[in-house]
Design a protein around this ligand. Sequence first.
Ligand code: IMP
Ligand code: MG
Length: 185
Amino acid sequence: MKSTYEDVERVLISEDEISNRVSEMAHEIDEYYADSGKKLLLLGILKGSVVFMAELMKHIRIPVEIDFMKVSSYGGGTVSSKNLTILLDLKRNNLPQTDVLIVEDIIDSGRTLSYLVDYIKLKGAASVRTCTLLDKPSRREVDFEPDLCGFTIPDEFVIGYGLDYDEKYRALPYVGVLKPELYEK
Ligand code: IMP
Ligand code: MG
């Protein structure tokens, strides 16, 4: 069977670069929340964030809990793609005693995270911040800045390290750019 590696045009961010940056981010998280006095919850957004989340949490030294939400930007196919639908919700009764750090793979228009930050604040979390592996600021449609960002990248569609194209390539260990002919199909 053909390897998914053959579909990659080029590696944008290598495994080593990612792992160095992710451990730096974990140290920043340790320092920021060290004296908070609340529980820290890493809230991963499925599915793209799972690889980043797994790597990040291994480097965090302070006590941390994890949870996941899943959102779809297709609103059941009838409403505008700008509407988000919550497919898996966060159910916790201790949010007022919890600092929530939302963990995302990539920020594009900014709609997903700006919606989720408001949503988790409305649920009453002690604090809500965001952490993304990648950011494409040139694509922003709403005003949104992450609190912590791994890499700022140009306006290119990327795959790997959790990110998919048509549900494929999430398992690649680096962030890469697909061969352009593969987008046409
Ligand atoms: P936003 O709401 O437009 O910021 O969308 C962010 C979501 O779009 C991410 O969680 C990804 O699922 C998806 N996305 C945006 N850009 C890319 C990309 O280059 N590769 C893979 N997924 C992407
Ligand atoms: Mg995503």
